[in-house]
Design a protein around this ligand. Structure first.
Ligand code: PMP
Length: 360
């Protein structure tokens, strides 16, 4: 097997130990004689896997007791519709959005199908190079919720603060691409959601963390399987959940606990990000266009000063086993995603290549 480092934005690298354990248990999970894929979702074997995954995630993020954790399907994009359907209560109610890049942009467009969208702040005019200061946000007093994307996967912009929202307006955060990369004060949010395929596990699982008092407000048009209250009442088993994905997510949670949890992960993620940004900033051969204080630790877009060298850069990277560095098609350039499962050795290998390619 060749040794590679995978910088994909998602589906993304998973811890090797997790994949090895899954491979060892593939045909016979804990002497059950069954693969996890073959188990009834309501049987005692899978329920034990599910409950351990839920409890481990709760522990890792210190999720308070008055929050439900739901394992859903449909990914982050589905949540862009599922969240307004579940939270606005009355069709057309106003929701506030902070537009900081491609993903919050998609979210607000989808929400506008159900709600009246107020863009409370936007960094679009600055090329999505940061997060608008909270003092400049023009929030609606009685909004159904305020939506933010705390890590913009394409633009490489990450919140370095937790916004405070007035009154009892819930804060909704799309944390798809940095959940579990740093501690988070869950109690400051009404809803946190994220697709699993970056920092949690395989595509197909969508994690939703929701404060209990926000359940039970779904519009009548909400599909039952997407009604947060219904899903919560059935312990994510209203319909068949993505069982194998939940199992792998559970193994990732155990791995994270062995690494020392999210505080330990944050330390490593800071170290990895600093190493990479230092190489990009060393001279103007490469460029990252995000304001320093809002640079993402997870997704690092960069451009070659001479874009005619892009193909040569990618070919050289591939030859060295540095994979999936091509930037998102909407913004071009390069992007290195360095999630929890990317070891510092992978970042160092990329830095060595960046220096070599720049002729340093
Ligand atoms: N939100 C963010 C921040 C993302 O990075 C992505 C996927 N890259 C999505 C939403 C969409 O997720 P999905 O493809 O799972 O619907």
């Amino acid at each position: 097997m060749t040794n590679v480092y995978n910088f994909s934005a998602g589906p993304a690298v998973l811890p090797k130990e997790v994949l090895q354990q899954a491979a060892a248990e593939m045909l016979d999970w804990h002497g059950s004689g069954m693969s996890v894929m073959e188990m009834s979702h309501r049987g005692p074997e899978f329920m034990s896997i599910y409950r351990a995954a839920e409890a481990d995630l709760r522990e890792l993020l210190a999720v308070p007791a008055n929050y439900k954790i739901l394992f859903m399907q449909g990914g982050g994009l589905s949540q862009n519709a599922v969240v307004p359907m579940n939270l606005i209560g009355t069709p057309g109610r106003t929701v506030d959005f902070v537009h900081t890049g491609s993903w919050s942009g998609k979210s607000l467009k989808e929400a506008a199908r159900y709600a009246t969208v107020n863009v409370a702040a936007s960094s679009q005019a600055d090329g999505f190079s940061g997060v608008p200061a909270q003092e400049s946000w023009k929030l609606t007093k009685d909004a159904a919720y305020v939506h933010i994307c705390t890590n913009e996967t394409i633009d490489g912009v990450e919140y370095n603060f937790t916004p405070t929202v007035q009154g009892d307006v819930p804060l909704v955060a799309d944390m798809s691409s940095h959940i579990l990369s740093r501690p988070v004060d869950v109690s400051k949010y009404g809803v946190i959601f994220g697709g699993a395929q970056k920092n949690i596990g395989p595509a197909g699982v969508t994690v939703v963390i929701i404060r209990e008092d926000l359940l039970g407000k779904a519009l009548p048009i909400t599909p039952s399987a997407m009604n947060f209250q219904t899903v919560a009442e059935h312990e994510s088993m209203f319909n068949t959940p993505p069982t194998y994905g939940i199992y792998i997510a559970g193994l990732v949670f155990q791995w994270l606990k062995r690494q020392g949890g999210v505080a330990a992960m944050e330390k490593r993620n800071i170290e990895k990000a600093e190493l990479l940004y230092a190489a990009l900033d060393a001279d103007d051969f490469y460029q990252n266009r995000v304001a320093k204080e809002y640079r993402s630790r997870m997704n690092i877009p960069f451009y070659l000063r001479d874009e005619s060298k892009n193909e040569a850069f990618l070919a050289g990277a591939k030859a060295r086993g540095l994979l999936q560095l091509k930037g998102h098609k909407s913004v071009g350039g390069m992007r290195a995603s360095i999630y929890n499962a990317m070891p510092i050795e992978g970042v160092q290998a990329l830095v060595d290549y960046l220096n070599e390619f720049a002729g340093r």
